[in-house]
Ligand binder design. Structure first.
Ligand code: CIR
Length: 264
């Protein structure tokens, strides 16, 4: 079976910019080191390419400190792409900057154009539905417009809550395969994954919940050995990538790429 929720021929990443030191963060644990961030980013791109995917790395955008986190600006599906409307004012322009790249790849690129907000980090795409977390960045109006747009492609949207003080829904969860989610216990406790098999992050390792399943690999932040071992024991082929600098800005593995297989 070919799974459209984690089988990808392409990815788009964007180099971290010099302005990354001004990136948004919930708690200030120090400025990210650009050189270290660049090394981690190159490792990340190499792991995606290891699966055979074509990975485009866009130039850095100095005007947008958080623009390395491309996932929040768009959502890419087989049928077409949707340009998001980020809820952080400093990130609104990232969506417009991403649009021309997707216009080149897709026959159909839709845009969130109303007053609502929605960021890709709040959308978990599974084999059967979109699970969208309401958060400080994604509101009901944004979800309603997104739902109307993707209805034409036959997708189902389920709206759930993001735990308080968690940036994005996917900060606390990831798709591992068609039926399996990696989640923190605090998010799973909401019942939002009823009907899925759930693997919990190890206690104290909640910060590694944001992984990605990318083709045959699960790509996770380095430094979370107990959760890594759980995933390996469950049969996943795991790659670890340094994430210390992105983590200072509340970023993980999913936010660093748009992953897709365009058919249009
Ligand atoms: C922000 O606060 O928007 C960035 N510093 C981090 C975005 C992370 N995005 C994601 O997890 N999808």
């Amino acid at each position: 079976m070919t799974s459209k929720s984690f089988t990808f021929s392409h990815a788009i990443c964007r180099k971290p910019s010099r302005s990354i030191v001004d990136g948004l963060r919930a708690v200030d644990t120090g400025a990210p080191d650009l050189k270290v961030f660049e090394c981690h980013h190159q490792d990340y791109v190499a792991v995606l390419r290891e699966t055979g995917a074509e990975v485009t790395v866009l130039d850095a955008l100095d005007d947008f400190p958080d623009s390395v986190f491309v996932e929040d600006a768009a959502l890419c599906l087989q049928e077409g792409a949707v340009i998001m409307r980020p809820g952080a004012p400093s990130r609104l322009g990232e969506a417009a900057a991403m649009a021309p790249h997707l216009d080149q790849l897709y026959g159909e690129v839709l845009r969130i154009e109303g007053d609502g907000f929605i960021e890709g980090g709040d959308i978990l795409t599974t084999e059967r539905e979109f699970l969208i977390g309401l958060s400080a960045r994604t509101d009901n109006a944004g979800v309603a417009e997104f739902s109307r747009l993707v209805d034409r492609w036959g997708y189902t949207v389920r709206v759930v809550d993001t735990p308080p003080d968690v940036l994005h829904f996917k900060t606390d969860c990831s798709l591992l395969d068609e039926d399996t989610i990696l989640s923190t216990k605090r998010l799973d406790a909401s019942g939002c994954f009823d009907g899925y098999k759930v693997i919990h992050t190890a206690d104290g390792e909640e910060a590694c919940a944001n992984t990605i399943r990318f083709n045959n690999l699960v790509v996770m932040p380095a430094g979370f050995a107990r959760t890594r071992d759980l995933l390996v024991q469950a049969g996943y082929d795991v790659r670890e990538v340094g994430n210390s600098e992105a983590a200072k800005l509340d970023g993980g593995m999913s936010c660093l790429s748009l992953r897709f297989s365009p058919t249009a």
